[in-house]
Ligand binder design. Sequence first.
Ligand SMILES: [Zn+2]
Length: 287
Amino acid sequence: MNIGEYSLHSIVTSKFGLDGGAMFGIIPKPLWEKQIPADENNRIQMVTRSLVLISDKRTILIDTGNGAKWTEKFKNIYEIDTETVNLKQSLLQVGLGTEDITDVICTHLHFDHVGGNTEYQNGKVVPVFSNAMYWIHEENWKLANSPGEKDQGSFMEADWKILAEKNMIRLVKSSQAHVSRDQLFQGIDILVSNGHTTGQILPLIYDENHTLLYCADLIPTSAHIPIPWIMAYDIQPLVTIKEKHEVLSQAVVNNWILFFEHDAAIEACTVRFDGKHYQKDRDITLS
Ligand SMILES: [Zn+2]
């Protein structure tokens, strides 16, 4: 798919599993497991799905997935699989090496979104994308570096510390309104949401014909389209609900394509409103 000056490539960078109860908050299991079945440990199968945007000027990667710095213990807890599919292999399949990436947009600094920012080489943590600038919202940067007790388990300093030391981080500032919209690059705006975590960047790629929203953890899978289906991880659930109303109403009116980072089965879709509920409309495949 092409939007404006960019060709878009969807790549899966790992498989993993998170607790289904945590993924669906207050929604009872008999309802959510009809959408995504649970394994014997109550985990649901998910993926980390990145988006690559290639123009004449830039090669942009949105999020880097779980990465490869995991101990066996954590791999088992989260069922992280970077053997059948991983970031470098998936980039190669679209003809890219790590050195080709000019910009990495980090939607937020939770480990399943930025684990691939860095890797171990000879026992030291180094940047994976040596020629890239890494874009992070300043509010999320502040939170990640002094998280609260609820969310500290989601942040791993090894995913960004070396980038700061090497001056490879660019902090994004934005207006403070709910779901504010600001330009990041030519043809790419960002919506900033604060319900899941503060300063989460949702990239919006657009031209006169198409608009695609990278939903990150505002709407992590297509099963999270209904308004009350939100994650227990969210630090401000009522803000998430307000933000979902704002985003989904615009998505219906303007026929946006929603792109899902964690949905193992559905890459993207459009949405409709039946007068009461938002629902998945048409499945979209980018390639
Ligand atoms: Zn998150």
